[in-house]
Design a protein. Structure first.
Length: 278
């Protein structure tokens, strides 16, 4: 068991490192190109919402005695499979997502050329405000429950654990949606130019390591409720890896070596440079 504990710790550090580093290639690529063309703001915008929710929910699972007690009552005495590295990852990811989003919302401050991807899509805005409204509805439902602070009634009644779950599901919803606009942009452009494949490779590696760590933790507890009790962390790795495979297929198979359409987003950069030359 000592070996499994050691592997869990190693996998935890490794997946946090891989996922954390994965947030750097895209903003650095944008800096090198002095443009965000070929990509959309939807991905970093939804990441800001998702990782803010992930940070709040993980902090509650990790630090709150009431939430941990209600979790134990609901899942037969088990403790949440949340580690401090989950908190560190969420905080770091939120910060990097804010930095990346600023490159789209304030391109001139970064010295970037204008890009058609700097405006959020209606889908992203709908998800953004819909998640906020949904969490607010659950929060007021729990607030109206007389058993909200109870651990004995945590199985059958609305308690604060349910509010934390509502916040955590925001990250899951965001993960299901946030990659879709970029997949469509790559398809429309017939190119992955501007979209960093390195971040995808790191994200894929982190997903495998995250699932491996959670599986070990659940095995050590002799109960797979360690996964069913924290479905967001488990789903994050699986959903992300599916999208990662799509991006890798686009980059290495479908659009390998493609520079994209001349009349798409990248043409804005060229047109801007031509005007300065003239």
């Amino acid at each position: 068991m000592a070996l499994l504990d050691f592997l869990s710790a190693v996998f935890g550090v490794a997946y946090v490192a891989a996922w954390s580093v994965s947030f750097y290639p895209q903003p650095l690529l944008n800096l090198a190109r002095r443009s965000t063309s070929g990509t959309t703001v939807d991905f970093p915008l939804l990441n800001c919402l998702g990782f803010a929710a992930y940070l709040v929910s993980n902090a509650a699972f990790y630090y709150s005695p009431l939430i941990r007690a209600q979790y134990a009552a609901r899942y037969r005495g088990l403790t949440p499979t949340v580690h401090f590295n989950d908190l560190a990852f969420a905080a770091h990811s939120l910060l990097l997502s804010l930095v990346t989003a600023s490159q789209y919302f304030f391109p001139r401050a970064w010295g970037f050329a204008p890009s058609v991807g700097s405006r959020p899509s209606r889908l992203s805005l709908g998800i953004f405000f819909g998640c906020i409204a949904g969490v607010a509805a659950i929060f007021f439902t729990v607030l109206a429950s007389p058993e909200r602070d109870s651990t004995r009634e945590a199985v059958a009644s609305w308690v604060w654990l349910d509010a934390v779950y509502a916040v955590s599901y925001v990250k899951l919803i965001v993960t299901l949606i946030k990659y879709t606009p970029q997949v469509l942009v790559n398809y429309r452009n017939r190119s992955t130019r501007g979209w960093s494949i390195l971040q995808i490779l790191l994200d894929f590696s982190g997903g495998i390591l995250s699932i491996a760590q959670q599986s070990i933790d659940s095995y050590l507890q002799r109960d797979w409720s360690g996964i069913t009790g924290n479905p967001v962390k488990f789903a994050l790795g699986n959903v992300s890896m599916v999208y990662d495979l799509v991006f890798m297929t686009q980059h290495y198979v479908l659009y390998r070596g493609a520079e994209g359409k001349a009349d798409e987003a990248d043409s804005l950069l060229g047109a801007d440079e031509e005007r300065r030359i003239d």
